[in-house]
Structure formats: structure tokens, C-alpha cells
Design a protein around this ligand. Sequence first.
Ligand code: KG4
Ligand code: ZN
Length: 393
Amino acid sequence: MQILGIETSCDETAVCIIEANGDISDANIKILGNELYSQIAIHAEYGGVYPNLAKREHAKNLVPLLKKCILESKTLSENKVVLSDSKKEEIKKILEKEPELFDQFSSLFGDNIPNIDLISVTNGPGLEPALWVGVSFAKALSKLWGIPILPVNHMEGHIIVSPLEKIDNNEYKLKEINYPAITLLISGGHTQLVKVEKNFSYKIVGNTKDDAVGEAFDKVARILGLPYPGGPQISRLAENERRENPNKVSEYKLTRPMINSKDLNFSFSGIKTAVLYLTKKIPDMTDQIKQDIAKEFEDAVVEVLIKKTSDAVIEFNARTILIGGGVSANKKIRNDFKKLSEDLNVELMIPEVSASTDNAFMIAISGFINKIKGKEPTDEFSANGNLSLEDQA
Ligand code: KG4
Ligand code: ZN
């Protein structure tokens, strides 16, 4: 079946059309069209993501991205949209809070309908104003084309790209997972350990008490005067430090937050504050010192992630570790988790770097998985900024 995925939960506007076949444990997935517009440069000026700015940018870019994606995917059918006055009114109502989007949306009225069997859209978690644009857009498309729609959880999207194996340029296989699996979800908004059982069912077994790990990377980067998003910047400096001073012990020792707590929870707000106080005491902040602090910070965070994931694997007898979310693009995390999986003798599944950060490919696949799990398409849903993985039974 052919699925259109739509993602607008944060600062990436993305649409993707896939062709997916097979069963949950052995699916074949082909990307037919994939378009992404990153707002990073716009938000970088402000040092973080502004929800209303994100919303406006999504509204501006969704229609052009969709048109490009449909052309690229060659999915246009011979069938023209039949638009009655009442249908037009219904679409207008769906988009009543998105006037800018409605203006662009009308340009789709004269087009042909694409050969798509299902639309899947992120309805949470994320920034609610941003989510609403994608959700309203998906509902309006569903109405316009008469194609069913399924809401999906953004975090499930991050999980679902980890068992993908690339078999050709645009072709992937969803590898069979040995359950139970432990997923470490690390993004700008989440730090969670999730137990995953057969058919992608989820139980959250660990969570951050305050900041998410990506958020900590971004905040520490800001303290060090590095641009948004800070994760890749910190990671680059830390790499330099390891290469240039391989045996040096940092002068700026940071604690490993909650590493010895008896649970699977995290806390990253204290370490950010520790970096802030540390930098205030340094009168002359050189590039060398920044590099040293970046490395120490990355070491501290990764050590905690490794320890807690290892504890979870042992506690639940997991046979697989999955890693998902934007922070999984981090090189040290990729290397250290590879070593951990070898030490624990479990399989490691980690997405390719291009699929780690937000994209619509993962949303389309999640739509497919939910469809074959029997979830009923519906347009009776809303955006929910706090949606949890456990909400979708
Ligand atoms: O999953 P994602 O794209 O968006 C959310 O759903 O939040 O994750 C974005 C986060 C940002 O905090 C960014 O700084 C972080 O992922 N990130 C990284 C790296 N690349 C992205 N953090 C550390 N190292 C990286 N290489
Ligand atoms: Zn994300």
C-alpha cells in the first residue's frame, strides 16, 4: 500500500510517500518521494524553537513540499478532485485556524488525486501550534481526496526507523526484532527508556525528571556561545578534543547525574547548571577550554545513558537495544552503544544518521505498522503536545 506521512511536530516540515508491503516483522518499504524543509536557520537566530514561528513556517511550506513530493513519487492518478460547494465549506472549516494554509491549499483543488491508500500524520508529542498545522492539513487532504487518515505518535516514528535495514538506494526492510527490546529514546523533548514487546507495544520504564538530553546539549551549547541546535556543535568540539588530546583528563570534572540511583530515571538539568557555574568562574573562555568542557559534558551524559540502558537490559532480560531520536545521530553514542551491545551480547539497532532526526519517512512507516496492527483510520482526533507512547493501546 502507498502511504503519505506528514510531520510538523517541531522545526522540520516534512512529507514522505512510501510503498510498504509485507508483515510487521518482515516489511518491505520503498521511499517514493521524500521532502523536508528545516527551519533550523530561522530559529537559530533566537537560540531555540519558537512555536508560533514554527507554525507559520509549516503553514507556508506544507503545500509546496507536498506538490514536490507527489511529483517525485509519480503517484498522480487520472482522477480529478470532485469538489462540491459543501466539501469546499468543510475544508474551509477544517482549516479555519490556518488561513495562510487555506490560501495555498486551494491550489490543490484543480489537481488530480494521487494514488495513496492512507495518510498518516504526527498528532503528538511536540509543540501544539506546530502539530495543529500538520493535523489540520492532513484532515483537509483526507477530505479533498477521500483518503483515510491515521494519527501516529512521533516517538513511535523514532523507534520504528531503528530496525530498518537499507537494501537498496530507496528500499528498506524492517528487520525482525528479538523481543523484549529496550529502546532508548533521546531527542530534544524526550529521554525515555521504553520496553518494547511483540508488535511494537510499549511500556515506559524510565524517564527524565527534568530536561531531555537533547535539550541539555542545546542549553550547554548556548552557555558556551555555540549556535542552535547545540547537539552537533558540542559533539564536534568533543571529537576535536578527543583527537587532539587523547589522554588528557579534563580539568572540569562534572558529576554523572543519577548514575547510582536505583531506578531507570534521568536528570539533566543539574549538569547544565553545573556547566553554567563553571563557565562563570573562568575569566578567559578560550576555544580550548570550550572543547574540554564539551568533551567532559558529552562523556558525563553518555556514561549515564549507557549505565541506565544497561540496567534496563538486565532487569528486563532484553535481547535487543533500539535507539531513536535526534541525539542518536551522536557519534560517541553510536560507538559506545555498539560496545555495550557486544558486552551484553544483545543486538543493537540504530537508525542511519539521516533518519535519526525528525522526518516524515518514520511517520509514514508508523502509519503502515498501525494499519496492519488493525488500528482503524479516523479523522476524530486532535493534536496533543503531551501524547505518550502508552496512550495508543
Ligand atoms: O528528534 P529530534 O530531531 O527532534 C525532537 O523530536 O526533539 O531531536 C533534536 C535534538 C536536538 O536537541 C539536537 O541538538 C539533538 O537532537 N542532536 C544531537 C546531535 N544531532 C542532533 N545531539 C547530540 N549529538 C548530535 N550529533
Ligand atoms: Zn523527534
